[in-house]
Every structure is written in structure tokens, then in C-alpha cells.
Design a binder for this molecule. Structure first.
Ligand code: S3P
Length: 166
């Protein structure tokens, strides 16, 4: 089966859905944020604070390239990975990219108490989330499939994804 890549804003459920989807379809699962933390031996927030976002983006791009296989895997990207033109073009060409589209309100509800995301920790509010989505949506929307996740249970989202991939 062609590799499935999940993109979308922070808090849109990429990791949760990716894990469940890979189990259901019996595919290998890669969570890019987790792989970055394992490789670097520090949390993403520390990479941002010690080395800056640019450095994080370089590692992110390299890890995606390193682990990518065109078949039989599910890859959950970090919310900003699809902003990189080279990564985006490569993934669009070689995998089934799915955009998990979630409203700023639902994202805020899910992640408001979570301090692990450096782009939001000092500005955890609906307006900032909305601004980031607006900056990125033209790239997210290049995905092969767009799944609206608002008010849906994880199993409904998984079913929708497997439905569109058939
Ligand atoms: C980021 C999203 C995060 C993580 C980093 C930057 C972003 O991943 O890669 O904090 O730029 O949107 P999640 O989307 O898994 O939260």
C-alpha cells in the first residue's frame, strides 16, 4: 500500500490518528516529532530554545527524507513540516498526503494546557492558532485528501481515511 502521510495543524490529531491507522492497516508508523526528540536526545521545545527554529526545520526535513519509504507506512508530520517546499513536493509526489483539518476552537480546547509546543506556549489562544492556520492553509490544502475532524470521534476519522483511500 502507498505510504500515508498525515499533515495538519498542531493538535489536529496527527499522532493519535496515525498510530491507530497504522495498527488498523498493519503498516509501520513514524511520528516525526518523536523521531526528532529521540535522535537529538532533547525535547522539541529545547531544540527551539537552544538552537532556534531554523535548526529544528533542518533536522525535521532530514529525518523525513531518511525514514521515508514509498510503501507500507504511516507518517505523522509535525504541523510545520509541510511548509518546506522540497518536503511538500516530495511527499505529494510519492505518498498519499491527508490533511486533518480542525477548527482553531477545537485545537485550542485540545491543547490549551499543553506547554510542549514552542510556537504556542507564550501565545496559547484561538487568534494565534487561527493566524498560523491561515498562513499555512494554502499548503495544507495541496494534500490529496482533506478530512474535517471537527466533532468527530477518532474511529470515525479513521473510517473516513480508509474510505477515501480505497
Ligand atoms: C510545529 C508543530 C509541532 C512540532 C513543533 C513545530 C509547527 O508538531 O513539530 O513544535 O510548526 O506547527 P505537532 O503538529 O505534532 O504539534
Amino acid at each position: 500500500m502507498k505510504t500515508i502521510v498525515l499533515t495538519g495543524m498542531m493538535g489536529s490529531g496527527k499522532t493519535t490518528i496515525g498510530k491507530l491507522l497504522s495498527n488498523k492497516l498493519n503498516l509501520e508508523f513514524f511520528d516525526i516529532d518523536t523521531l526528532i526528540e529521540e535522535q537529538e536526545g532533547i525535547k522539541i521545545s529545547e531544540i527551539f530554545s537552544k538552537h532556534g527554529e531554523k535548526h529544528f526545520r533542518t533536522i525535521e526535513k532530514e529525518i523525513i527524507k531518511k525514514i521515508f519509504s514509498p510503501t507500507n507506512s504511516v507518517i505523522s508530520l509535525g504541523g510545520g513540516a509541510f511548509e518546506n517546499t522540497e518536503t511538500r513536493d516530495f511527499l505529494l509526489k510519492n505518498s498519499n498526503v491527508i490533511y486533518l483539518k480542525t477548527s482553531p476552537e477545537q485545537i485550542f480546547d485540545r491543547i490549551k494546557n499543553n506547554k510542549s509546543r514552542p510556537l504556542l506556549c507564550d501565545n496559547m489562544n484561538i487568534e494565534t492558532i487561527n493566524n498560523i492556520i491561515n498562513q499555512r492553509k494554502h499548503n495544507y490544502e495541496t494534500a490529496s485528501y482533506i478530512i474535517n475532524t471537527d466533532n468527530k470521534k477518532t474511529n470515525e476519522i479513521i473510517e473516513e481515511i480508509t474510505g477515501v483511500l480505497e
